[in-house]
Design a protein around this ligand. Structure first.
Ligand code: SAM
Length: 258
């Protein structure tokens, strides 16, 4: 079986895998946070945008100019195709958030759906925030979510042994969570089928390792940066997150001097 980098062979299946996720509601939430915490958010950078669902929904508000980026060329290819189909003005670019390479300045940066959990140390998160401050205007926002140990403990049962397919592709997922190391592992076996669907002509494997952070851990990481913590919200709400939150969204303000 061929081992592939994450979100490459999975890219054509990603939207199928996420069909139960309400991206429009998620984009509404990001819009709400942007409007609540910034006087006039216009130029927006998304990191780890995947197949672009949030950026494409957010654009529909009509007042954002969005540049959406992701490490995976394959995910960006799917996003670009969706953008073309809906005549969208969102710009897409392949870029690792570990190597920020944009020439513009933004009013806000956001990254959602566990993408930060692909960074396995506080040091990497601190570097990301520092690099982002270079492309953020003074007083602008960095919004991100992360999944917590509670989320992994709850999700591992329904994610493990999941299988689904779309056209000539199908996948099987195994999911495990190491509570001591706080590492959530998702292994995807992806099969490409012959045209009539009767034979497997290619098998790929992707192994996704995510470091799960408690709220306290993440807050102490943020404290080591020059950002100001504006708010910490739990589970798509505007209520303050606590250790029982499965997903926490932090709103940070960039303290760069004018
Ligand atoms: C769980 S998906 C979330 C995608 C998208 N935000 C969504 O809501 O559907 C995680 C994404 O993080 C991206 N990713 C992982 N490491 C990355 C990195 N170093 N730089 C940029 N994107 C990265 C993957 O390619 C993938 O698209």
């Amino acid at each position: 079986m061929d081992k592939k980098p994450i979100y490459t062979s999975l890219a054509p299946l990603y939207d199928r895998l996420m069909e139960d996720v309400d991206y429009e509601a998620w984009a509404d939430y990001i819009d709400e946070l942007l409007q609540l915490h910034h006087p006039d958010p216009e130029k927006i950078l998304e990191l780890a945008c995947g197949t672009g669902s949030i950026a494409l929904s957010l654009e529909e508000f009509g007042y954002y100019q969005i540049l959406a980026t992701d490490l995976s060329q394959e995910m960006i290819d799917v996003a670009s195709l969706k953008a073309k189909q809906q005549d969208s003005g969102v710009r897409f670019k392949t870029m690792s958030f570990q190597d920020i390479n944009v020439k513009e300045q933004f009013d806000a940066i956001y990254t959602v759906f566990d993408s930060i959990n692909y960074l396995h140390s506080g040091k990497e998160i601190i570097k990301l925030l520092k690099d982002c401050s270079e492309v953020l205007k003074p007083g602008s926002l960095f919004i991100f979510d992360f999944s917590t140990p509670k989320n992994s403990m709850e999700a591992v049962d329904y994610l493990n042994n999941e299988e689904a397919g779309s056209g000539a592709l199908r996948f099987f997922r195994t999911s495990t969570y190491d509570t001591k190391k706080q590492i959530h592992t998702n292994e995807f076996e992806i099969e490409q089928l012959s045209e009539d669907g009767s034979q497997v002509i290619h098998r790929f494997k992707e192994t996704h390792l995510q470091r799960v952070y408690s709220l306290d851990e993440m807050l102490s990481i943020v404290e080591q940066t020059s950002y100001h913590l504006v708010a910490s919200y739990g589970d798509f709400d505007l209520l303050e997150a606590d250790e029982n939150s499965s997903r926490v969204t932090l709103v940070l303000q960039c303290q760069k001097q004018r």
